[in-house]
Each structure stands twice: as structure tokens, then as C-alpha cells.
Design a protein around this ligand. Structure first.
Ligand code: NI
Length: 186
């Protein structure tokens, strides 16, 4: 089957679709395969190190991650469908971005190590223990599946600041000003 990959539009905060709790993937057929291809292409085009289906307006529990995408290492695309974080250990803090929050970078504390169970793009179960940036990306993307966003991890003052920045950005976009900034996000 020939299916052309496509870069899909990424929703920006405060789009309400980012707040929906996504439904489990039950059909791993051609439409799902096309979605996975599009998520990867959209993530690489952005560029970002992770992208979840709700960020392109598809309310399904699937995300892609490639933490090698931000440097010159070979690509390391990972697909997580219906993921479940079954264990967390330790804490770490990274300055995170999000493709749904262009231009925003905030320090967020998360688990240092996560063990995750998920299905691959063909519906085959796997388990993975991850640390470092991969663990951060998995937790960040997994949040998207439950409508949880990076802003929810901030203290009240930073949350208000980011909220206002994003409203300003949305207003500027509505006026037709392009304030897109190229920076890796998730
Ligand atoms: Ni994100």
C-alpha cells in the first residue's frame, strides 16, 4: 500500500482539544499506521523529540518519541500505544518545551527512571525501562494522553505567566502575525 506521509497541524494551548482524555487504540490497521507515520513526520519537521496524537487533534492513546532527533545521532523512533507507566524511581529536572507551547521552556521535575508497558505500532506488547531525557519525554507525552500539559506542573506564578504568553501568542496569530520560533519541543 502506498500512503503518503503528511505533516499535520499541531494544536497550541489553550486549544480545548488538548485537554481531552484520549481513548485506547483498538485498531492497528492502515488508518492507525498512517497516523503513526504522520506523527513521526510532524515531530521531525517541527522539530521535536516527542509528539502525542491529541496534539494533532486525534484523541487516541499513542505517541512517538525520538530523543536522538535533537542531535546528530541516528534516529531512534519509538512508538507507544496504550502506554502505562508501571514504576517510577527518583527525580530529575529538565528544561522542557512542548510543540503545543511554542517558545516556552520551563524547568519541570519528573521521575528519573520510568518502567513503561505499551503496545508497539503493530499492537505487540513491550516493556521498557528508561532514564534521562527518554524518561522525561515518555512522562511528558504520556501526560498528553490524559489531557495533562506542561503548564500543570508549574507553580502558580509561572503558570499564569505561561498562560498569558500563550494568550498573547494566540491573539497575535489571529491578527496574522507569525511568531513561530524554531526550537525543539515535545
Ligand atoms: Ni508536549
Amino acid at each position: 500500500m502506498c500512503s503518503a506521509m503528511a505533516v499535520r497541524e499541531i494544536l497550541h494551548y489553550p486549544d480545548p482539544r488538548l485537554r481531552r482524555v484520549a481513548a485506547p487504540v483498538t485498531d492497528f490497521g492502515p488508518a492507525f499506521q498512517a497516523l503513526v507515520e504522520d506523527l513521526a513526520e510532524t515531530m521531525y519537521a517541527a522539530p521535536g523529540v516527542g509528539l502525542a496524537a491529541p496534539q494533532v487533534g486525534v484523541s487516541l492513546r499513542v505517541f512517538v518519541v525520538d530523543v536522538a532527533a535533537s542531535d546528530d545521532s541516528p534516529s531512534d523512533l519509538r512508538v507507544f500505544a496504550n502506554p502505562r507507566i508501571v514504576e517510577t524511581r527518583g527525580t530529575q529536572t529538565w528544561e522542557e518545551g512542548c510543540l503545543s507551547f511554542p517558545g516556552i521552556h520551563e524547568e519541570i521535575e519528573r521521575a528519573e527512571i520510568v518502567r513503561v508497558q505499551a503496545l508497539d505500532r503493530h499492537g505487540v506488547p513491550f516493556e521498557l525501562e528508561a532514564g534521562g531525557l527518554l524518561a522525561v519525554a515518555i512522562q511528558h507525552e504520556n501526560d498528553h494522553l490524559d489531557g495533562r500539559l506542561m503548564i500543570d506542573h508549574l507553580g502558580m506564578l509561572r503558570r499564569r505567566f505561561v498562560h498569558r504568553q500563550m494568550l498573547k501568542r494566540a491573539a497575535a496569530a489571529a491578527r496574522g502575525e507569525d511568531r513561530t520560533q524554531a526550537d525543539p519541543g515535545q
